[in-house]
Write a protein of this length. Sequence first.
Length: 95
Amino acid sequence: MVVRIRLARFGNKHQPFYNIVVAQARSARNSKPLEVIGTYNPIPQRPTNLSDEEARSARPYKEVSLDRSRAKYWIGVGAQPSDGVWRLLSLVCEG
């Protein structure tokens, strides 16, 4: 039983939104996962709660939320992250 940590795509056409899921390697992309451990929004968002000048000069960011303890657990028991998830993990879990 090979388990992978991968992205499951949701959202509309041209507006993707991804759940970071733990699933069987041979199951379909959007099939029921073993666990949802985070989300990823690849569309750049402008920061909120800033003044107008600060908001204009602020850089947009891509939102990533991840349950680090569950990701560590699944990697510890042998789950293999996909290439995209590996990149997101390296951004979120620096250190």
